[in-house]
Write a protein that binds this ligand. Structure first.
Ligand SMILES: Cc1ncc(COP(=O)(O)O)c(C=O)c1O
Length: 346
């Protein structure tokens, strides 16, 4: 038996042991009947818990609105704490299915943090070594979380941001290509497919097809591309809106200012109808308001998405339009405690 075939057999066995068939077959929709049910045990694996997140309605922040409803997918409730669990699981399972990810390989990628945490969690659960290239200025919490899962961290030049991490990961891979499996989240369509197969259908069914506007921030663009494409296929009237930092020098971790960045291969600008530029200060302010007025403690990019959604909601309300706006709460706020201490002086 060749080593690729042998490893595929091993991967297959591991897949059957821990995951429901749907997940193994590439759908990361989550929360299915427990795969361990046949053993008489009412439990599911941590990876079966990826996806199928609740949709929250804002109660306090939207009190002044009569015609416009605003909702958010609580992606921070994924087991790794962010929306990136979906993409990471989708790319790793695709690698296993296609035989490019085998037991002997180390998973290597550049990540501003959340994808790294997702790889590290999934790698630990499925027995892979993980090496992550992160910009040197990524939050202390993120570095420490991935180390807790057993991942190796390589820091790139903080001044070069996520593009510096992309370049360094490429160099490490080029030096020893046989050693690594590089999911390449910026160019791997399995990233956006996780949202086409998961996030999009969930939003469609959770709003009973009433969604009129979908807003998402852009890191790799996977969330916006996959969800946007699915929703457009249900109704071309649904408006897909990209939320971007308003300048290249911004403080919203995880996000790209597209005009001044390397454009991801999976980014297809025709998927979105418009863009809303989000100022860093508005995101910071909204983060505090979400925690204090809604009891929702999320990261800066989630806050930027909510700020943009409420800004759009106010515009539509002023025009007397009815609308159902849905956005994404990308990650948890406790991932940024050190930055928050510095910003707020406590
Ligand atoms: C905090 C945060 N928000 C938003 C995003 C954007 O997600 P996507 O990569 O799907 O565009 C990311 C991506 O890494 C992120 O880390």
């Amino acid at each position: 038996m060749s080593s690729v075939v042998k490893n595929n057999v091993m991967n297959e066995a591991l897949s059957r042991e821990c995951l429901s068939e749907d997940v193994v077959n590439g759908s990361t929709n989550g929360h299915r009947p427990p795969p361990l049910e046949s053993l008489g045990i009412n439990a599911i694996s941590i990876l079966d818990y990826v996806g199928n997140t609740p949709l929250f309605k804002f109660c306090s922040l939207t009190r002044h609105l009569q015609n416009v409803e605003v909702y958010a997918k609580a992606e921070y409730l994924n087991p790794g704490g962010s929306v990136k669990d979906r993409a990471a699981l989708s790319m790793i399972l695709k690698g296993e299915r296609e035989g490019t990810l085998t037991r002997d390989k180390t998973i290597l990628d550049s990540t501003s943090g959340n994808t790294g945490i997702a790889y590290a969690m999934i790698g630990a659960a499925r027995g892979y070594k993980i090496k992550l290239v992160m910009p040197g200025n990524v939050s202390v919490e993120r570095k420490n979380i991935v180390r807790m899962y057993g991942a190796e961290v390589v820091l790139s030049d903080p001044l070069k941001g996520s593009d510096g991490a992309i370049e360094l990961a490429r160099e490490i891979y080029a030096a020893e290509p046989d050693k690594y499996f590089k999911p390449d989240q910026y160019n791997n369509e399995a990233n956006s497919l996780a949202h086409y197969n998961g996030t999009g259908p969930e939003i469609w069914s959770q709003t009973r097809g009433r969604v009129t506007h979908f807003l998402a921030t852009i890191g790799t663009s996977g969330t916006l591309m996959g969800t946007g494409r699915f929703l457009k296929e249900q109704s071309s009237d649904i408006q897909i809106v990209a939320v971007e930092p308003d300048s290249p020098m911004h403080g919203i971790e995880g996000l790209k200012h597209m005009a001044s960045s390397i454009q991801p291969g999976i980014y297809h600008p025709e998927t979105h109808d418009s863009k809303i530029p989000a100022p860093t200060e508005e995101a910071y302010e909204m983060q505090a308001r979400l925690a204090r007025e809604e009891g929702i403690f999320v990261g800066f990019s989630a806050a930027a998405a909510v700020w943009a959604s409420l800004t759009l909601a106010d515009q539509l309300e002023a025009q007397g339009q009815k609308a159902v706006i849905v956005t994404i709460l990308c990650d948890r706020g406790d991932r940024y405690l050190t930055q928050l201490s510095m910003l707020n002086g406590y």
